[in-house]
Ligand binder design. Structure first.
Ligand SMILES: [Cu+2]
Length: 596
């Protein structure tokens, strides 16, 4: 098979070298050789991209590679300077731009003092959970000084995804866009944009995020909120000492702009809007959608939304702005507004701010999310083999008053799914425990329904506020059709939770408020053109119904993408068993898989 190999300079996004090669018979590429010139500090991405070009071609040999090395860098935001962990010296990290069908090898070298892994958020990683990344789920962490090469192929996916650290809270500064373009010769199902621009939303802490997390996990209380929302790493003009770095996008009148909006924030759902410009939604979570137009979008942590914008306004300067959508009662949140500037060439007027919805404007969110649909009829599973019902939300562990018992009323905060507060193993990954049959790491008895039925979104008796810790997995037969009702609870407070499933896209066939009612709500499911997503922001005090076919063997984490909730135990994992034959069976583990 003929392939193109590109070496990408992640600081400039330029292709440094491009070679056409033929793969060897076993499909492996061993025509390159490494030249090590890495520095000692921090993570390093070494990106190689392979692209299928069709049939036969003359064999060539390649001997070259590019290394990107970075140090833990001083970063100044909000008038203060501190060191952050990043990739290749960039914050946000490098945008990786590939085509549908490409194969990637990304060698991640860890030169910081923390363990780390990288997750390729939204990539299906067919039969290949080894490259998925969540720490202690599919791999042991990459230890300080060690490296691991993620090898994967992008199969039938295009649009906007992203990558991020999947170890504790390191993803606060370790993240970047993963842009998948259509295959050569095919195009977008919408007018070709003149400009494409990633809008990566994040949260900034004025101190080391790892110590913020450590303090919270020590005290049992909620962690400090962030100090600023950011757009492409910058808080923007409205925050102190931030004007100089404000992200800017220059356009010509008449340009069609594709904004790839990614919510990489650790803990916060965000509204996003551009002053005086309408946004046309064309894709979410790297799946094309029916197009519709709106003034504002809401993006949950982990979600992406692609929007088209036409530069058809009076040439001038317009703010793009992001601000919290916050639903938990009496819970503090970062109420800052991040801005970037959309500026028409040679305009220098004072930028105009868009109107953003109120922080708790659930009506706007519902109206927006109800419009997200697949472009046409899709193949939704209708005969359900596994009918699951998961309660999701917070909880509390009672404790004796003291420094480690600083949650409300002598408790420590917890979170759970079906009352199980998820505990990760720490000596082997779940995937290794499963494939190597290592006992006493997990139990395969995650409950298919809550242990006790109650009025989930009503006034929940205190006796039901305490989850039970466990490492429980749920087994799925290969090929089974799965439905999961994700039901929010009002324990402590109702709240919208962005629930992310690794290794899959699922159809969102229904959403609603209050308790899910199987008889009346099922009848209203959208089995025609529901959207496909990898992360669903379950309505506050409500439910969402998702469906998928378990066609990807492996161990796949499902969890809240609010990292505070994940740290408190809001997660579980599926084991999807092998099917029949090679195409339905897990790939073998790579030889450089990190050891615990
Ligand atoms: Cu959550």
């Amino acid at each position: 098979m003929k392939r193109e190999i590109r070496y990408i300079d992640s600081s400039t996004l330029d292709t440094l070298f491009s070679y056409i090669v033929e793969s060897s018979r076993d499909g492996l590429f061993r025509v390159w050789r490494e030249k090590t010139n890495m520095k000692e500090e921090n993570f390093k991405f070494d990106i190689r991209m392979y692209r299928d070009l069709g049939d036969s071609f003359n064999e060539e040999t390649i001997e070259s590679s590019i290394f990107h090395s970075v140090q833990e860098q001083a970063a100044t935001r909000l008038c203060r300077n501190h060191r952050i962990v990043n990739v290749n010296g960039q914050f946000p990290g490098p945008t990786i731009e590939v085509q549908n069908g490409d194969s990637l090898e990304v060698k991640v070298t860890n030169a910081v003092k923390y363990n780390v892994t990288i997750h390729w958020h939204g990539l299906r990683q067919m039969r290949n959970p080894w490259a998925d990344g969540p720490e202690f789920v599919t791999q042991c962490p990459i230890r300080p000084g060690a490296s691991y090469t993620y090898k994967f192929t992008i199969t039938d996916q295009e649009g906007t995804l992203w990558w991020h650290a999947h170890s504790r809270w390191l993803r606060a500064t370790v993240y970047g866009a993963l842009v998948i373009k259509p295959k050569s010769g095919s195009s977008y199902p919408f007018p070709t944009p003149t400009i494409e621009f990633p809008v990566v939303l994040g949260e900034w802490w004025d101190r080391k995020v790892i110590s913020v997390l450590r303090q919270a996990l020590f005290s049992g209380a909620a962690p400090n909120i962030s100090d600023a929302i950011t757009i492409n790493g910058q808080p923007g003009d409205l925050l102190r000492c931030s004007s100089q770095g404000t992200t800017k996008l220059t356009v010509n009148k008449g340009d069609t702009v594709l904004l790839r909006v990614i919510n990489a924030a650790l803990n916060q759902q965000l509204f996003f809007s551009v002053a005086n410009h309408k946004l046309t939604i064309v894709a979410t979570d790297a799946v094309y959608t029916k197009q519709f137009t709106t003034n504002v979008i809401m993006v949950g942590p982990g979600q992406t939304t692609d929007v088209l914008l036409t530069a058809d306004q009076q040439p001038g300067r317009y703010y793009m702005a992001a601000r919290a959508y916050a639903t938990a009662r009496n819970a503090p949140f970062d109420n800052t507004t991040a801005t970037a500037i959309l500026e028409y060439k040679s305009a220098n007027s004072q930028p105009i701010l868009p109107q953003l919805p109120a922080f708790n404007d659930t009506n706007t969110v519902t109206a927006f999310s109800n419009q997200i649909k697949s472009p046409g009829k899709v193949n939704v599973p209708t005969k359900i083999d596994e009918n699951l019902f998961f309660t999701i939300g917070l909880g509390f562990f009672n404790c004796s008053p003291g420094p480690r018992c600083q949650g409300p009323n002598n408790t420590r905060f917890g979170a759970s799914m079906n009352n199980v507060s998820f505990v990760l193993p720490n000596r082997v990954s779940l995937l290794q425990a499963y494939t190597q049959k290592i006992p006493n790491v997990y139990t395969p008895d995650f409950p298919r329904v809550p242990p006790v039925q109650f009025d989930y979104t009503g006034n929940v008796p205190r006796g039901l506020w305490q989850p039970v810790k466990g490492t429980k997995l749920y087994k799925l037969k290969f090929g089974s059709s799965v439905q999961i009702i994700l039901q929010d609870t009002s324990i402590f407070s109702t709240e919208d939770h962005p629930v992310h499933l690794h290794g899959y896209h699922f159809y969102v066939v229904g959403q609603g408020f209050g308790n899910f009612n199987p008889s009346s709500d099922t009848a209203n499911f959208n089995l025609v053109d529901p959207p496909q997503r990898n992360t669903i922001d379950v309505p506050v005090g409500g439910w969402a119904a998702i469906r998928f076919v378990a066609d990807n063997p492996g161990v796949w984490l499902m969890h809240c993408h609010i990292d505070t909730h994940l740290a408190w135990g809001f997660g579980m994992a599926f084991i999807v068993e092998n099917g029949v034959g090679e195409s339905e069976t897990l790939l073998p583990p790579p030889s450089d898989l990190p050891k615990c």
